[in-house]
Design a protein around this ligand. Structure first.
Ligand SMILES: Cc1ncc(COP(=O)(O)O)c(C=O)c1O
Length: 443
């Protein structure tokens, strides 16, 4: 989907809870937290918190009570399906199943595809998208180095796929590199080969508008906690038929329309989708938060994208001045959301992350980001022997000061070394004699 971006419109992005959070350093000082880990879990939007606050007095059982508050909660839950459908530009006939997160959504889809479905995916996918599909019918295509090569590789893979139902899984934005995958082009190829396509939108949904109809995708999965609504809900949106034919994902109350006692066995009539896959008491708070976040982001795309792109450029320009910095890249020609994974030669990623936190109050991620296959390959490409990298990721809670602090901290760590002693404990670097105090509610 095209989006006009006006440079310099970085004000007026939605505010996050915890923007002024103060964290302790090992030196005893306190500083404002620089959260550069939005790709893992984004902070809650202020407006999402307000929406949750508004709901809480009315909070009651969903689908299970005649009381007025139950009816309100049920209405909130059911209306959220349309709010989400609108956010992703889904077809009116698409079903919206609420889950816990993207992992849950993709596992549900994997359990629902017809037997012998041929599945094609790139091996750069996050484990949530990679691992639910295994067996002889799965083709894992080596990650290509450009968007054009991705389209060609998918075309070839589908041409070789067995006849019968086919499904392509693709991420909208890589959680390792932030690169945007050519989803519309891949969907065209899928369609030409009679395949359906599922979009892992965990990293795309918080950063770019999505329109399932324009993109031509059949399923979309994403998580509340990555889209500024950390209340335990996720979603799978898409074509109803396979989901309707599948056995319920979980069994229990809510997924059944009638249970009868036949003595030696129970007769069970399962509900239709979406309830068929939503057994148990629904998470109405999480779902309301998720739908509210979608609407808030929808009102601010221009500012959000401009804000993040400006900070991404600042981050990449700054990091390139750090001696030994090497950025990981898969699709070298693609635009990116605000995710930069990197190695610094001679420095362990876990040590850098520990020192950034302990001495500078900066939160980044280190490791292989639940994408071991691709991270293992990319770190080798940049000459590192460790199968680990550091990831800095930007979102609505990020400021220019956070970015500058990270760049300055890395320059100091690399050129002058740490000011504190670090030791390895259970395979992780930690500050020796770490006396940072936890917040009072944990004491
Ligand atoms: C691209 C991508 N897909 C899927 C997931 C899994 O999301 P969740 O942990 O919310 O299930 C993540 C999480 O980092 C991700 O980045």
């Amino acid at each position: 989907m095209t989006l006009a971006i006006t440079p310099g419109t970085t004000t007026a992005v939605p505010a996050v809870v915890g923007a002024d959070l103060r964290v302790p350093l090992v030196t005893g000082e306190r500083v404002t937290y620089a959260n550069l880990d939005h790709a893992a879990s984004a902070p809650c939007l202020q407006e999402v918190r307000d929406a949750v606050d508004e709901l809480l007095p009315w909070y009651a059982s969903v689908h299970r009570g005649a009381g007025f508050a139950s009816q309100v909660s049920t209405r909130v839950y059911e209306q959220a399906r349309d709010r989400i459908r609108k956010f992703v530009g889904a077809h009116a006939s698409d079903t919206v199943v609420f889950t816990r997160n993207t992992t849950d959504s993709l596992n549900l889809l994997a359990r629902s595809v017809p037997k012998n479905t041929a599945v094609v995916l790139f091996d750069s996918e996050h484990h949530a998208a990679l691992l639910p599909w295994r067996g002889p019918n799965v083709q894992r295509v080596p990650a290509p180095s450009s968007s054009g090569a991705a389209v060609v590789a998918l075309d070839r893979a589908l041409a070789a796929a067995p006849v019968g139902p086919r499904l392509v899984i693709v991420t909208g934005a890589s959680n390792v590199t932030g690169e945007l995958w050519p989803v519309a082009e891949l969907a065209k190829v899928a369609r030409r080969h009679g395949a359906r396509i599922a979009l892992d939108a965990a990293q795309l949904a918080p950063h770019r508008p999505i329109n399932a109809r324009e993109l031509g995708v059949d399923y979309i999965a994403f998580s509340g906690h990555k889209i500024y609504a950390p209340f335990g809900a996720g979603v799978l949106v898409g074509r109803a038929d396979w989901l309707q034919q599948a056995q319920p994902y979980l069994v229990g109350g809510g997924a059944t329309s009638k249970v009868t006692d036949h003595g030696d066995r129970l007769g069970v009539a399962w509900s239709a989708v979406p309830e068929r896959h939503e057994a148990g008491s629904p998470n109405v708070v999480g779902v309301h938060a998720l739908a509210s976040a979608c609407e808030i982001l929808s009102r601010h795309w221009e500012q959000t994208v401009a804000h993040e792109q400006e900070l991404l450029t600042r981050l990449q320009d700054g990091l390139r001045t750090v001696p030994g910095f090497r950025e990981l890249a898969i699709l070298t020609d693609a635009d990116k959301v605000g995710v930069v994974s990197f190695t610094i030669s001679g420095f362990d990623a876990g040590f850098l992350a520990a020192a950034l936190s302990a001495e500078y109050g900066i939160g980044v991620r280190d490791g292989a980001f639940c994408a071991h296959v691709i991270v293992g390959r990319l770190v080798k490409q940049v000459g590192s022997h460790e199968e680990r990298a550091v990831r800095a990721s930007i979102g609505l809670g990020t400021t220019a000061e956070h970015v500058d602090r990270l760049v300055a901290a890395l320059r100091t760590l690399v050129t002058e070394g740490p000011k504190w002693t670090y030791v390895q404990r259970d395979g992780r670097w930690v500050p020796q004699d770490d006396n940072r105090t936890l917040p009072p509610f944990l004491a």
